[in-house]
Structures are given as C-alpha cells and as structure tokens.
Design a protein around this ligand. Structure first.
Ligand code: URA
Length: 436
C-alpha cells in the first residue's frame, strides 16, 4: 500500500500523535529514498513545532537505529560501555577516557564523529597522530576492542543511514535545534554500537549547543528515555561548558593535553571530567559500587601508567605512531608560529567565553566551516591564564599556534573572550548534575 505521507505530515502538523508503525514506515521511506526531500522537510518542521511524545520519541529513535546495522560485539565477553558528549570547545575527553576505562577492565567500542565548526571532532584529533586510521571495518574494530580494550573509529555509512538524510535536511531547513530530533539523532548512532551501557555528557553554557541548564536537562531526559526504552543502562551528566575545557584547543594540541592526562598530569578540569565520567561508565555496568570507588579506580589507572599503556597499544593497533605517547611534540605536527595575546587589563580572569575561543581556533584553521574543508591539525590556542588566575595588563593570556593564517582576527577574538575583573571568581566543578 502506498504511504500516505501528506496525511502523516498533516497529523503531526495538527498536533496529533503518530503511531509507531506510521513512524517506522515514514523513516523506512526516508532511508530508501522513496519519500522525497520536500515531504521529509515538511515533516521535520512539523516535528520541530509540535515535538514528539514519549511513545513517538522512542519509536522514532528505534526506527532510525534500525535503518542500518547494529554492531554485533557479542564475542567480547567484558561489559561494553561508551560515552557521548554533546560537544564543546576543547572537549578532548574521549581520548584519555576510552583507554582509562579499558584499563579498569571494561571494553570501550567508540564510534565517533568529525567536527563541523570550531575545532575538529574526536576523529580529527586522533588523525593528527601520523598514520592513525579511523576508517577500520567492523571486524577489525571488534578485534582491537577485544585485544586492547578500546578502539575509536568513524561512523560507517551503514550506521543509522536515516540520520544522514535527516541531518542534511535539518541543517538547511532551520530544524536542527529540536530536542526530539537531536536526541533521536544521537541515540540512533550510539545504540548501534551495541554496548551495555552509555554515559551522556550533556554540555551547558556559552560554548555548548544548549545554552541553559533547563534545555540541557530536557535533552538529557529525552536521551535517557530513548536509552532506557532500548534496554540500555544510561546515565546523563550535565557539565558546564562556559570556559573551554583544559588549556589546549586545536587538534594536535588536544592530543598533547590528553597524553599529559594519561601521564597523571594535565589540567585539573580535563582530569576531573575524565575521572568522573569514567566513574559513571563503571557504575552504569555495575563494575563498581559507588561513584567514589569508580573515581578512585580511574585516578589510579591515570597515575600508574596503565591507561597510558592502553592508549599506546590502541594507537599502534590503529596504525598510528606509538612514540607519540613518550614524545608528543616530536611526533605530532607542529605549527610555525607562536604568538602571544596580551591581556587588555590587570585583574583576575573571571570567565573565558568558549565560543569566542572556538571561533579563534577556527580562524586559524583548526576547524571546518563546510564538511569538505581541510583542517590544519597543528594550529590552535594555548590558554595561558585560566579563570581564577591573576593577570597584569600586557602579560600573555593565551598563545596562538598558527601557520600564518587568521592570526590577527583570532587575536582579537581571544582578547574579546577574556572577562578580566578586580576580584577572583568562585571556581567550581564542571559537574553540575548527574541524572541516573
Ligand atoms: N549531534 C548529533 O549527532 N545529532 C544532532 O542532531 C545534534 C548533535
């Protein structure tokens, strides 16, 4: 029977609920190409305006998930767990986190994305390690996860293909910022990994998709509802994304910072996020009894070198140069220029606007404006003064690591990002709330 697509669009437009089989048929038509772009676009706008109720949301996400393959990692007998972040400036946490959780005895099969905007995504960061490959087939992926404990690859075309179609149309029809569409998009890809547990890092603040805590909590609730309906153990963590994470923004620079964390060093916030998110990953598959116990185990594997060792083996298994672990600067691409950005005033750094820092990194070439753009792995920003630090006018607040492009405009952006005041701000944890 031909699908009565206009009737489905009308139902959603008028605020009625769609049945599960109507959603499934619609999204099957999206995947096969039977439903044309103009009808998909109209449906997306109807969903954007009317939302989806709980039953519709879980049916929509499930249909997107089953538009493609679900990985079969049943040969791995350890508990399998992953983390997803809604994204932020300087968010390199997956790099130290995956090997650290693997060092605690779990398997971390991570299918990750590329960045659009500010800086690259996890894949782009890893690819700044010479030789590192993220385009492995599923068989090789499963073998590395089994042998090493962690492997990070890119999404294949067979994972949630409906999302590829919907996302491209959302991007050009002003329907990206819809909580049910974002939640089903994220979860359709994450559930396809076939893990037992999933921790969702929902970012809140100037440098995040969700600018307010209320919106971030709404997104977290939608993500949790989809995960639970799929029978997974899921936890959402709301984390602050006002200042950039850590002190490096840019692809190779973020790898360098991640390696420092794996040596038991690195900025306190990058380490804290690694430890706390890792603890929730252990907890959600019952690999520890309390978050405190999980955090102690994470801290121990960062300090005793065992997480670093797994990272070394993961890099090697994925074709990268493992010497990066001992000599990051000797192996990672280095930019030609390092230019200080001077403070405009004396006082204390009260806040650093992550979105401005992200734009500065983009201007230097660390990110993409369009999907087909090439990024420069070596460039980015080194943050020299962080929130809470004292600074005198004219002293460096940050350094631009560049190859000659965009430095002038980036410098102005970095200066604009810094809010310098007379008194030091109260510095608090990035962890705002845990929703289990
Ligand atoms: N990330 C996704 O994967 N999908 C969205 O819709 C938004 C962010």
């Amino acid at each position: 029977m031909p699908l009565l697509i206009p009737e489905l669009i009308r139902k959603k437009r008028d605020g009625e609920s769609l049945e599960s089989d109507e959603i499934r048929e619609f999204l099957t038509g999206v995947t096969t190409g039977e439903v044309p772009d103009y009808q998909i676009s109209a449906m997306l706008m109807a969903v954007y305006l009317r939302g989806l109720d709980d039953a519709e949301l879980t049916a929509w996400a499930d249909a997107m998930l089953h538009s493609g393959d679900v990985l079969d990692l049943s040969r791995i007998d350890r508990a399998k767990v992953d983390k997803h972040s809604t994204g932020g400036v300087g968010d390199k946490i997956s790099l130290p986190l995956a090997p650290a959780v693997a060092a605690c005895g779990l398997a971390v099969p991570m299918v990750s994305g590329r960045g659009l905007g500010h800086t690259g995504g996890t894949l782009d960061k890893l690819e700044s390690i010479p030789g590192f490959r993220v385009d492995l087939d599923v068989e090789t992926f499963a073998r590395i996860v089994d042998r090493v404990g962690a492997c990070i690859i890119g999404q294949t075309e067979r994972i949630a293909p409906a999302d590829g179609v919907l996302y491209a149309l959302r991007d050009v029809t002003a329907t990206v910022e819809s909580i049910p569409l974002i939640a089903s998009s994220i979860m359709s890809k994450k559930l396809a990994e076939g893990t037992d547990g999933l921790v969702l890092d929902c970012k809140v603040g100037t440098g995040a998709f969700m600018k307010t805590r209320e919106r971030a909590a709404d997104l977290a609730r939608a993500l949790l509802a989809i995960g639970r309906a799929a029978g997974k153990s899921v936890t959402a963590v709301l984390t602050a994304m006002d200042d950039p994470i850590g002190d490096r923004v840019g692809n190779a620079l973020e790898v360098e910072e991640s390696i420092a964390v794996l040596h038991g060093e690195g900025p306190a916030d990058t380490r804290e996020l690694t430890v706390r998110l890792g603890a929730e990953m252990l907890l959600c598959v019952d690999a520890c009894e309390t978050p405190e116990e999980g955090a102690e185990r994470l801290a121990a594997v960062l300090d005793d070198g065992s997480a670093l060792e797994i990272f070394r083996r993961m890099v090697e298994a994925q074709g990268g140069d493992p010497r990066v672990v001992d000599d990051p600067r000797g192996i990672l691409p280095q930019a030609a220029g390092r230019t200080a950005v001077p403070a405009a005033a004396s006082g204390y750094v009260a806040a650093i606007a992550a979105d401005e820092i992200g734009t500065a990194a983009l201007l230097l070439g660390a990110g993409r404006r369009r999907k087909e753009d090439r990024l420069d792995p070596a460039v980015g920003i080194e943050i020299a003064r962080r929130s809470g630090d004292a600074v005198r006018a004219g002293e460096p607040i940050a350094y631009l690591i560049h190859n000659g492009h965009g430095a002038e405009e980036a410098s102005a952006r970095v200066r604009a990002a810094y809010d310098i005041r007379d008194r030091p701000p109260a510095v608090s944890s990035r962890i705002l709330e845990i929703m289990r």
